[in-house]
Design a binder for this molecule. Structure first.
Ligand SMILES: Cc1cc2nc3c(=O)[nH]c(=O)nc-3n(C[C@H](O)[C@H](O)[C@H](O)COP(=O)(O)OP(=O)(O)OC[C@H]3O[C@@H](n4cnc5c(N)ncnc54)[C@H](O)[C@@H]3O)c2cc1C
Length: 475
């Protein structure tokens, strides 16, 4: 006989979203059961954000050493890939206690290790050991690599993000299928650590991003020796001896890329197959579990958050944002509305590419009359001292100056975007950014310089033009 549990909230999935819901529920003294079938921390900690950023950090050290000569410093670079892997695993281990069963049990959450499956509209079973009848369920089961049906692909070994961070030796030549954020981050990371890298993309690399900014990232990758073939369709994979021969067709006809290792980074699909959603009356499609604006599913007792929810952006901070909305709605009955417009994103290549609010293309699609303000990194003194002069900020405002969106491509873009996330969330006018005093010399000054640009064209008085000039120099 299964043990029956009746908590207020039952969370399925102990990754970014699920852990946030469970921690908040515990903090408010609400009884909570959390079910996790794999490693606590989910994708982000074990096979996603954390290992990828740790690998990129190692790669950056190698690139800095290579580039040190321009500063008058000579360094030799010797990458020990096994040690890089050790570094990645140590970073995961350092963060893991925050997400552990021990920590969550200590907070008062009942953690069950096992696979959850709906029995009916209000019951979830874990094997035949537990039956959970909760007041509310939160599905936070995340996503998994979506591997396309390429002829021959499954006849040999290929990597996805689930396995690539276990590699103990450096690939001689890594072929990557897919040039989204994950594919390009890995391309630069492995290239900087000494692998040859070829990326094959059927459409446009970084297609969701501002094309001008994406082009700057791609140019840098190519400068570093990454070969990127866009607009090519992979038609087959042959595993010959110790290599993978990938064939593709594109605008220039047929082509081949031979790699010692193959990484498939062609997107993500929801990981909800094991849940038996139909038993609970929860609608789902290929994009994920169908949710309303308040993240409730077609079964009003059940929410879905994070990567498993259809139509949502797939990021850790999006899953955390969803968790906050669900807590407000489920515990305090407050009305909530999830919006992708509130979710920034960053591609952690070098230069980084960060987006908050609308891209220029999205603003134009919405037929908004906009102003575009820019400032290049090369006109920033700190960027010059650091020799980090590639990139720019692009701010999109309404004609009256309300900030709608910001794209930053360049050094530290992922950090610099924070100010603009606040500005957009608070519906600030660009004027607010012109008055602040920022420390000199910092990269953050590029934002203020772009903001000042808003007032330039409307000024006809020579005196005012002189003031603007003065602000540019001293502001
Ligand atoms: C290589 C890579 C790099 C990334 N980098 C970034 C980044 O830099 N920044 C960023 O914001 N995002 C990044 N992401 C995305 C980020 O990892 C995800 O958006 C985030 O983990 C989603 O959180 P989640 O809670 O929806 O799912 P997850 O964190 O994946 O958690 C889902 C959990 O549910 C469990 N589960 C699934 N089914 C069941 C079941 N039936 N029963 C019990 N448990 C179940 C799984 O085992 C898993 O632990 C990256 C992803 C990848 C792959």
């Amino acid at each position: 006989m299964a043990e029956v549990l009746t908590p207020d909230i039952c969370v399925i999935g102990g990754g970014s979203g699920g852990l946030s819901v469970a921690a908040a529920a515990a903090a408010f003294g609400v009884s909570c059961v959390l079910i996790e079938r794999g490693k606590m921390g989910g994708d982000c900690l074990n096979t996603g954000c954390v290992p990828s950023k740790a690998l990129l950090a190692a790669a950056k050290r190698a690139a800095l050493a290579h580039g040190a000569q321009a500063f008058g410093v000579h360094a030799t670079v010797d990458v020990n890939f096994a040690k890089v892997r050790e570094h990645v695993q140590r970073v995961i281990a350092a963060i893991a206690p925050n997400d552990s069963v021990e920590r969550f049990s200590g907070l008062g959450v009942q953690v069950i290790k096992g696979e959850a499956k709906f029995k009916d509209r209000r019951t979830v079973a874990v094997g035949n050991i537990y039956e959970i009848r909760a007041r509310r369920f939160v599905i936070a089961t995340g996503s998994q690599p979506s591997v396309p049906p390429i002829p021959g692909l499954d006849q040999g070994p290929y990597f996805t993000n689930d396995t690539i961070f276990d590699l103990a030796e450096r690939p001689r030549h890594l072929v990557i299928i897919g040039a989204g954020s994950i594919g390009l981050e890995m391309a630069q990371g492995f290239r900087r650590l000494g692998s040859e890298v070829t990326v094959l993309e059927q459409a446009t690399p970084l297609a969701r991003d501002d094309p001008e900014a994406a082009a700057i990232v791609l140019t840098q990758l190519e400068r570093e020796g990454v070969v990127v073939r866009s607009g090519v369709q992979v038609t087959g994979v042959d595993y010959i001896a110790h290599s993978a021969m990938v064939t593709f067709s594109g605008p220039d006809g047929e082509g081949k890329a031979e790699g010692s290792h193959l990484l498939v980074a062609t997107g993500r699909k929801p990981a909800s197959d094991a849940l038996d959603l139909d038993a609970a009356g929860i609608a789902h499609d290929r994009g994920g579990i169908v949710v309303k604006k308040n993240l409730k599913t077609t079964n009003s007792r059940v929410y879905t958050i994070g990567d498993a929810a259809a139509g949502q952006l797939q990021f850790t901070h999006a899953a955390n944002y969803h968790a906050g909305l669900v807590i407000r709605n489920a515990l305090f009955r407050l009305p909530v509305r999830a919006s992708n417009d509130a979710v920034p994103w960053v591609t952690f290549t070098d230069p980084e590419l960060a987006q908050a609010g609308l891209t220029e293309a999205q603003a134009r699609e919405r037929k908004i009359k906009i102003r575009i303000l820019r400032w290049p990194y090369h006109d920033n003194d700190r960027a010059q001292t650091e020799r980090l002069t590639h990139g720019h900020i692009k701010v999109i405002t309404t004609r009256k100056g309300r900030i709608l969106g910001v794209t930053i491509v360049g050094a530290e873009a992922g950090e610099l975007i924070a100010l603009w996330v606040l500005a957009i969330a608070q519906k600030l006018n660009i004027r607010a950014l012109t008055g602040i005093v920022l420390p000199y010399p910092t990269l953050s000054e590029i934002g203020k310089r772009a903001a000042i640009d808003f007032f330039t064209p409307s000024l006809t008085s020579p005196m005012l033009r002189r003031i603007i000039g003065w602000l540019r120099i001293f502001g």
